[in-house]
Design a protein around this ligand. Structure first.
Ligand SMILES: N[C@@H](CCC(=O)N[C@@H](CS)C(=O)NCC(=O)O)C(=O)O
Length: 247
């Protein structure tokens, strides 16, 4: 059976996991915490051509390990499982745009909120890590420091990324303004899945495929941010997509 290597709470991993489940492609999941994922990913990618990722390292997850070799990247994984799943050119362009302009920025915003909330990163580890990686929670300050540097997670980055998320949400609000039920019309599709998964770190939908902190855990700034996103048309759309299509 194919093995999906993930950082369990990562939203790009959620996109792949949700898509594979929907397609009905059998897989088992191997989870690793950030930084520890590097070893697992390097082993999985051994011998494969080096990837160039715009917003992540060459060892970014998700990676699907298949008998034919590793498949890296959420969309490539879905294509491997079902070449028709991501639809035609227009849908693919929309998904690629969410990958590029939404995912990296929701991640930075969410990590900033987690890193500035006492105990939140440790809780993410304790709830999501395989048992033998749980002691990592004790080394949280070291791991957090490394992640902050690697992903430029600071106040300035948070504010810049927050504005970028809003830009994409404005566009999605606009797209939904004609009353359509889904991003591309009447039917749920891969673009809805990608959008909802990549927005999830700042939406915190209860149906998410890994443990995310409940909104009450954050301070006033984080709670207000999540509530604001949940209450705009694009946020309501993603919440509904989770409620009606995640399981
Ligand atoms: N374009 C990639 C992005 C994947 C990505 O950014 N993965 C992040 C987790 S959200 C990661 O593995 N970061 C750690 C690293 O880059 O080593 C995809 O669609 O899968």
């Amino acid at each position: 059976m194919d093995e999906l290597i993930v950082i369990p709470f990562s939203h790009f991993c959620e996109k792949a996991r949700w898509g594979l489940e929907r397609i009905g492609h059998p897989f088992r999941e191997t989870g690793a915490m950030p930084v520890l994922h590097l070893r697992v990913a390097k082993r999985a990618m051994a011998g494969a051509p080096r990837r160039k990722e715009k917003h992540a390292s060459p060892y970014a997850v998700p990676i699907l390990v298949t008998p034919e070799g590793p498949v890296a990247g959420s969309t490539a994984i879905l294509d491997h499982a079902d070449p028709a799943f991501c639809g035609g050119e227009k849908t693919r362009a929309l998904i690629a745009d969410f990958d590029d302009r939404l995912g990296p920025h929701t991640r930075r915003v969410a990590y900033y909120l987690v890193f500035t909330t006492p105990g939140a990163f440790g809780a993410l580890v304790r709830h999501n890590a395989p048992w033998w990686q749980r002691p990592l929670a004790l080394a949280a300050p070291l791991v957090v420091g490394r992640m902050q540097r690697a992903m430029r997670i600071d106040r300035e980055g948070f504010e810049r990324s927050r504005a970028r998320v809003d830009e994409v949400l404005d566009e999605v609000d606009q797209r939904l303004a004609d009353g359509r039920a889904y991003l591309e019309g009447d039917e749920f599709g891969a673009a809805d899945l990608a959008f909802a998964a990549l927005l999830a770190p700042v939406l915190l939908p209860p149906e998410y495929g890994a443990w995310l902190p409940p909104v009450e855990r954050f301070g006033p700034e984080g709670r207000a941010l999540v509530e604001e996103i949940r209450n705009r048309p694009s946020g309501r759309h993603a919440l509904r997509v989770y409620r009606e299509h995640r399981r």
